[in-house]
Write a protein that binds this ligand. Structure first.
Ligand code: SIN
Ligand code: MN
Length: 262
């Protein structure tokens, strides 16, 4: 489940890597089967869309559900993370960004480190964001847009936008986005369910509204080196977990138990 040298090269050059067919249809169906129950929960980790009232993101999932607890330690996610950052890491965030058909709204242009640094006092942009597509993601249902190579421009300057959506986010000004896109272009991260993404903390990205009739749920695990841990605890635990226990890789079959009991 390790990355090969050319995949590592791509990640370092582009700032992101797309790994199709990483999780099986059965594994994705198992993960998806947990969602209705979690989305119905009156849990503060369920952040509701401003306009439609549907869940925008469901957070803290490894502490709320056993399948997500296993998934957060899955070798398909953790092994490449250790390859890229060979040091003890903790689980910073575990969520599903729901982006429901017709109603899921925009994630403005941003890079994650701005929020990690400003809100949580994370010193360096070393966190890794690991995604799994839980639905097929196409050009119409709100895919992530990446600006390839933008991670190499360091920090881009950011300000806190707590108006546009229900999720306050440190975002990048349009004139800086424009310059970076003129230099580097935009790439939409599309693929079938089960596709995995890895991206760096200073990579510029965002995603448009989902106007399509197709749901677009994406699982996200953020890992951060313990040596680079948060220094502020202003945000709730589900936005940046306080537990600094090193993440360990579970067995490759860790989801099988649930699959066979279905
Ligand atoms: C999205 O779910 O479209 C945005 C995810 C992210 O910013 O990491
Ligand atoms: Mn982001």
């Amino acid at each position: 489940m390790k990355l090969n040298p050319s995949q590592i090269d791509t990640l370092q050059n582009q700032g992101f890597l797309v790994l199709p067919e990483r999780f099986s249809e059965e594994e994705v169906a198992l993960i998806q089967s947990q969602m209705p129950m979690l989305l119905d929960d009156h849990h503060p980790g369920n952040v509701i869309e401003k306009e439609s009232g549907v869940v925008r993101t469901a957070m803290g999932l490894h502490l709320r559900n056993e399948v997500f607890a296993q998934l957060a330690n899955h070798p398909k996610l953790i092994e490449p993370a250790f390859q890229i950052r060979p040091e003890p890491m903790y689980i910073q965030q575990v969520k599903v960004n729901v982006k429901a058909a017709f109603s899921g709204s925009i994630w403005q242009w941003h890079y994650d480190f701005a929020t990690h640094h400003e809100e949580d006092g994370v010193p360096e942009p070393l966190a890794l964001n690991l995604h799994i597509f839980l639905d097929d993601v196409n050009h119409y249902n709100g895919p992530l847009y990446f600006v390839p190579g933008s991670h190499r421009h360091g920090e881009h300057g950011a300000w806190l936008d707590d108006q546009t959506t229900s999720y306050p986010l440190w975002i990048v000004e349009n004139r800086i986005v424009e310059k970076l896109i003129q230099q580097n272009g935009i790439q939409a991260a599309t693929g079938e369910k089960g596709t995995m993404l890895i991206f760096y903390d200073t990579l510029l990205h965002g995603s448009p509204n989902n106007m399509s009739p197709w749901d677009r749920a994406i699982f996200s695990l953020i890992l951060n080196p313990i040596s680079n841990a948060y220094q502020k605890t202003d945000r709730p635990d589900y936005k940046h977990h306080r537990d600094l226990t090193p993440v360990i890789m579970s067995d490759p079959d860790c989801l099988s138990l649930f699959l066979h009991s279905r």
